[in-house]
Design a protein around this ligand. Structure first.
Ligand code: SME
Length: 160
């Protein structure tokens, strides 16, 4: 397992993602425990980009339940179709939200959150959780984030 994380000193999102994705693959590739891997992914994304909140919700029975995360305390349970996370789960589709106040039903865990991206992940064709990232800046996420975070999700799905 890698002992330290290398984060390139650049403002380029693309360069950062290009650097950290192989490191995440190395970090989680040899580990089968999902919680351990989600914890390390949260830590890498938080350290690399300084997002307000980075973490996971896991499907348990008929709800999303808070999993490993980095950032302020958060809501513990989200119902199917509710908020950005519940919508990503229901639709099995990435939700890119430039302005959380414009998203109907957005669940405000922190009033500092201004934009958000949520990506579902699956095993055997069934959504088992979501990656949720919140920023304190409006419009902080774009197609670059979506493309690279979807690659990250593909790396994660190989381990579960
Ligand atoms: N804003 C999310 C809830 C989770 S927190 O942001 C950590 C939503 O609307 O689903």
């Amino acid at each position: 397992m890698a002992e330290s994380l290398y984060i390139p000193a650049t403002d380029s999102k693309t360069e950062k993602y290009e650097s950290i994705l192989p490191q995440i693959e190395a970090l989680i590739g040899g580990e089968k425990d999902l919680i351990a891997n989600l914890a390390n992914i949260s830590a890498v994304l938080k350290a690399s980009f300084g997002f307000l909140w980075v973490g996971f919700y896991l499907v348990k029975d008929d709800q999303l339940v808070l999993g490993p995360f980095q950032g302020p305390i958060a809501c513990t349970r989200i119902n199917l179709g509710k908020g950005v996370c519940g919508t990503a789960w229901k639709e099995n589709k990435t939700q890119l939200v430039p302005d959380v106040d414009a998203f109907p039903g957005h669940i405000a865990c922190s009033s500092d959150s201004k934009s958000e991206i949520v990506l579902p992940f699956s095993t055997a064709g069934k959504v088992v959780g979501v990656l949720d990232i919140d920023s304190d800046k409006l419009g902080d996420f774009d197609e670059t984030d979506q493309v690279y975070l979807e690659k990250l999700i593909a790396i994660l799905e190989k381990t579960i």
